[in-house]
Design a protein around this ligand. Structure first.
Ligand code: IMP
Ligand code: MG
Length: 194
């Protein structure tokens, strides 16, 4: 039987977000940073991350689409574009999860065409084993995760489950690897005080 299991609890997410924010604060010191939230999946990550930034920020929102069920359709469309002019600005894309890499590869090129000073990528999760696009640079990464479909903390399965507090995965009731995966993810916190 398929069940939901917590893969990353909210405390662990918040701890990693504070570490990422410290890194971003250091890298963009004295600069204005334009952050783009990729709706809908990155909504909670964006809200939590940006509130730890000690910088002059501009918050923007975009929506792309490509997914149906658990699979990418491969064709990416801009459903909601940014309203702001990003010419000459330092831009940071904030995404929930990078899987094949097609979405962020498309978006980075799309934004670079608008003439910003820089475009970097910050993603909460990465499934490196699923990558189809080789040359995509993730500048800030929360957690690298195994090849599991995750839901919660913004992420959905056909629009359900986004509002779960923790990141869950859908798995079998007696999944022998789940505890091991949970532990290996926690070890990625820089301050390994667990
Ligand atoms: P990519 O284009 O294959 O890299 O897919 C990235 C997008 O797919 C993300 O923005 C998510 O919206 C969605 N996605 C990928 N993996 C998952 C998952 O495990 N759960 C929920 N959404 C996912
Ligand atoms: Mg997304």
């Amino acid at each position: 039987m398929e069940v939901k299991k917590i893969l990353i609890d909210n405390d662990t997410i918040q701890e990693r977000i504070r570490e990422l924010a410290e890194q971003i604060n250091d890298d963009y010191k004295e600069k204005k940073l334009t952050l783009i939230c990729l709706l809908k999946g990155a909504v909670y990550f964006f809200a939590d991350l940006t509130r730890h930034l000690d910088l002059d920020t501009e918050l923007c929102f975009m929506r792309l689409s490509s997914y149906e069920g658990e699979n990418s359709t491969g064709k990416i469309e801009v459903k909601i574009d940014i309203e702001e002019d990003i010419k000459g600005k330092d831009v940071l894309i904030v995404e929930d999860i990078i899987d094949s890499g097609n979405t962020l590869n498309f978006l980075k090129n799309y934004l670079l065409d608008k003439g910003p000073n820089s475009v970097k990528i910050c993603t909460l999760l990465d499934k490196p084993k699923r990558r189809e696009v080789e040359n995509i640079k993730v500048d800030y990464l929360g957690f690298s995760i195994p090849n599991r479909f995750v839901i919660g903390y913004g992420m959905d399965l056909d629009e359900s489950y986004r509002n779960l507090l923790d990141i869950n995965c859908i798995t079998q009731e007696n999944d022998p690897k789940i505890e091991e995966d949970v532990k290996s993810i926690k070890l990625q916190l820089t301050k390994k005080n667990h």
